[in-house]
Design a protein around this ligand. Structure first.
Ligand code: ADP
Ligand code: MG
Length: 701
């Protein structure tokens, strides 16, 4: 089949026309034949089974029933009229209801003639009803062959209101198969089909729309899922390979004085195996002639900072400058302090640039960057300002990637003629399957091991009514010399109200923990940066025992003496946020605690989040639950959800297929990067078509 056929606008399919085409486009995004043929059924129902009215169950499911309309009446309601029919079979009676299209229904329906109706039943006050049933005269019904696996297509209210019912879609699909003569070009190579025992493309397409048997349907679905995931992986991996071959980077082949001195003499602790492995991966990237583009995932507290430092030392040893960008001022300051301390014995110049750096500080930084005397620059978004010009930026490290937009990331690249190597660090564990699909074009390093000696943080759920006991617990911990975080939600839309909650909470804590015995810090987003820093520093230095804060402290803050994290209104936080917050404690040698406070009213999702937190502290496990609760689109944010808009595969349920698809794509591209070998011809042409018509890069950074 020539590919142009599939690019025919859907308007040209017999039975569609401009109005329907418009609806299909608006409601389902269907523009071409190609789109339509890839409109896959959500599920299949058995149309060879007929129910008796007395067999109906209260759970509403799709059923078909043979019976007769005995009576038709109009019922007036405050909200409008509805047309109600009494529908009977030999076992009982039920109602059919129409809220719209009354005229047409009244004119076309016949009383006391046998129909087959199909639709979802509702049960109310002892009566079953079906709204807007699909109806066919029994005679007609018997002429149309019914399948035990009738596809049910995705639909919208607008579509069914406009008469584009499931049956209509089904008919149109038949029409398309007739017009195409079911000759769809094969998109996978014979070798793959053979090895994985996959159905050919046209067989699979036919069976997904018109199943010949359960077995063939299952095979069809498997084949189409494999194909979908394979081409996503092929694009991602290809992009990665092209990147590596085309985008040159400065080769850092020296492992010199700074790195060696630090590694041999100044390491503050022994590195974990995971840290060593990741540093090796980074060294390999930096030593190659391609630009590094690596994502470093590691749970909170897994020790990413030292990895970043060692990567920076390699850059310095090769005569380049480096920068480390963090999402908040507090975090930048903390990075600055810990790097200055760790590098105190090395001859390195480090500066901090944030929104609150003053003019003379900025001037000095700008100068030293340009003349090359400044080695490491740490800071916030301020690093992206136009005046910041490096003499030779060789490595850019970005901490907590999810806080930065894609454009911001690429801005750093344009500081130089050669792009610097880029290391993005995140403490938000992304389930592997999702990472493979969304970040498949980045290289991935994972620190999957915490430094030794960490005690598991004890996590409990407490209701607001138990507050007094919680206060007593806080008092006891402070007695032991420990520090406490109390975090309030701050969600933008209701900021004023949240702000009030925070202030009320602060006041009640002040009453409960009076000065001068107790000192309390408060940090929130409405404070001036300098005030925030001042309060934060009091807590870091141990001058205050309690830190009342909003989620501004979520990321990266490190106060090892803090042993208790109390999260107020924990039901309002997302799982990854709760996990981040909990990661603020458990950084010292002593037992730490996380107390999740909630009201008694909890939604099912909130309960699931809280119980997950209580059950496990494994960031990857938490991320998996998060993915199940929220779905991949929400989890990754808007920009990336496009690629996850899969037609048939499901990233969670089909992770096994994804793994096979990914290794297959790797194998093929390794052997034949340009897809030029004759045996890959079908893959190449399918791939080119995909890139031509559906450029998934619109969605990906
Ligand atoms: P994160 O990955 O969350 O950025 P950090 O780099 O801030 O974690 O490290 C958390 C804490 O663990 C720091 O106090 C750091 O000094 C310490 N740490 C990191 N690696 C090790 C290690 N291998 N052994 C002992 N402590 C470590
Ligand atoms: Mg960190």
């Amino acid at each position: 089949m020539i590919s142009n056929f599939l690019q025919t606008p859907i308007d040209y399919l017999k039975g569609v026309g401009p109005n329907r085409a418009d609806l299909l486009k608006k409601e389902l995004g269907i523009i071409t034949f190609q789109d339509f043929i890839h409109l896959f059924p959500n599920r299949y129902i058995d149309r060879t089974k007929y129910y008796k009215i007395n067999e109906l169950q209260q759970s509403n499911a799709d059923v078909q029933i043979i019976g007769k309309i005995t009576h038709l009446k109009m019922v007036e309601q405050t909200k409008g009229k509805r047309l109600v029919a009494t529908y009977k079979d030999e076992t009982g009676s039920m109602e059919l209801v129409w809220f719209r299209g009354h005229k047409w229904v009244k004119e076309s329906l016949k009383l006391n003639v046998t129909y087959v109706i199909f639709g979802k039943t509702n049960w109310f006050n002892g009566v079953f009803s079906m709204a807007h049933p699909e109806m066919e005269l029994l005679e007609e019904h018997e002429q149309n062959l019914r399948s035990a696996m009738q596809p049910i297509y995705p639909s919208t209210e607008k579509l069914s209101n406009s008469g584009i019912t499931n049956r209509v879609i089904n008919k149109l699909m038949q029409q398309l198969f007739i017009e195409s003569k079911n000759k769809f070009a094969e998109t996978l190579s014979p070798e793959i089909l053979n090895r994985l025992k996959l159905l050919p493309k046209n067989r699979a397409l036919f069976n997904v729309h018109f199943p010949e048997s359960q077995e063939l349907l299952a095979k069809a679905i498997y084949r189409l899922k494999m194909e979908e995931l394979f081409y996503i992986q092929l694009q991602l991996i290809r992009k990665n390979l092209i990147h590596k071959s085309k985008i040159k980077g400065y080769p850092f082949d020296e492992i010199g004085t700074h790195f060696n001195t630090f590694y041999k003499q100044q390491l503050p602790f022994e590195l974990t195996d995971a840290q060593k492995r990741v540093i090796k991966e980074i060294r390999n990237d930096l030593g190659s002639k391609a630009q590094m583009n690596r994502l470093l995932q590691g749970d909170v507290g897994s020790g990413k900072t030292i990895v970043a430092l060692m990567a920076m030392l390699i850059a310095l040893d090769n005569g380049f400058q480096t920068c480390l960008m963090a999402p908040t001022e507090i975090l930048s300051v903390q990075h600055y302090n810990s790097l200055v301390e760790m590098c105190s014995k090395l001859n390195i110049s480090i500066s901090l640039l944030t929104g609150s750096s003053n003019t003379s500080q900025r001037k000095e930084i700008h100068q030293n960057l340009e003349n090359g005397t400044l080695d490491i620059l740490i800071g916030t978004h301020a690093l992206l300002e136009d005046k910041v010009k490096f003499k030779n930026l060789g490595l850019a490290i970005i901490d907590e990637q999810h806080r930065f937009g894609v454009e911001q990331r690429s801005k750093l690249w344009h500081k130089n003629e050669f792009p610097p190597h880029v290391l993005v660090m995140t403490a938000t564990p992304i389930p592997r399957t999702l990472a493979m699909s969304v970040y498949g074009d980045l290289d991935l390093s994972i620190i999957d091991e915490l430094p030794p000696g960490r005690k598991e943080i004890k996590t409990v759920h407490r209701y607001d009514s138990n507050r007094l006991k919680v206060f007593k617990f806080i008092r006891d911990e402070i007695e032991k010399g420990k520090q406490i975080y109390i975090v309030y939600p701050l969600i933008q839309e209701s900021e004023t109200m949240d702000y009030k909650d925070l202030m009320d909470g602060y006041e009640s804590i002040e009453r409960e923990f009076p000065k001068p015995k107790y000192q309390i810090s408060i940090v929130h987003g409405k404070m001036k940066p300098a005030d925030k820093e001042f309060e934060m520093n009091r807590f870091i230095k141990g001058e205050t025992q309690i830190m009342v804060a909003t989620t501004v402290i979520e990321v990266g803050v490190n106060v090892p003496n803090a042993s208790v994290m109390i999260v107020e209104s924990a039901e309002r936080f997302g799982l990854s946020q709760l996990h981040q917050l909990r990661g603020r404690v458990g950084r010292g040698a002593d037992q730490s605690y996380c107390i999740l406070m909630t009201s008694h009213k909890l939604s099912a999702d909130a309960k699931a989040r809280i119980s997950t937190m209580v059950r496990t502290s494994d960031g990857f496990e938490i991320a998996e639950v998060d993915l199940k609760l929220r779905g991949p689109g929400d989890m990754m944010g808007k920009q990336q959800s496009g690629v996850l808009n899969l037609k048939i595969a499901d990233l969670i349920k089909d992770s096994d297929i994804l793994k096979i698809a990914r290794s297959l794509a790797w194998e093929i591209l390794k052997d034949d990067p340009a897809l030029k070998k004759p045996e890959n011809a079908s893959i190449r042409s399918a791939f080119e078509e995909l890139v031509r018509y559906k450029n998934i890069w619109n969605y990906i950074s």
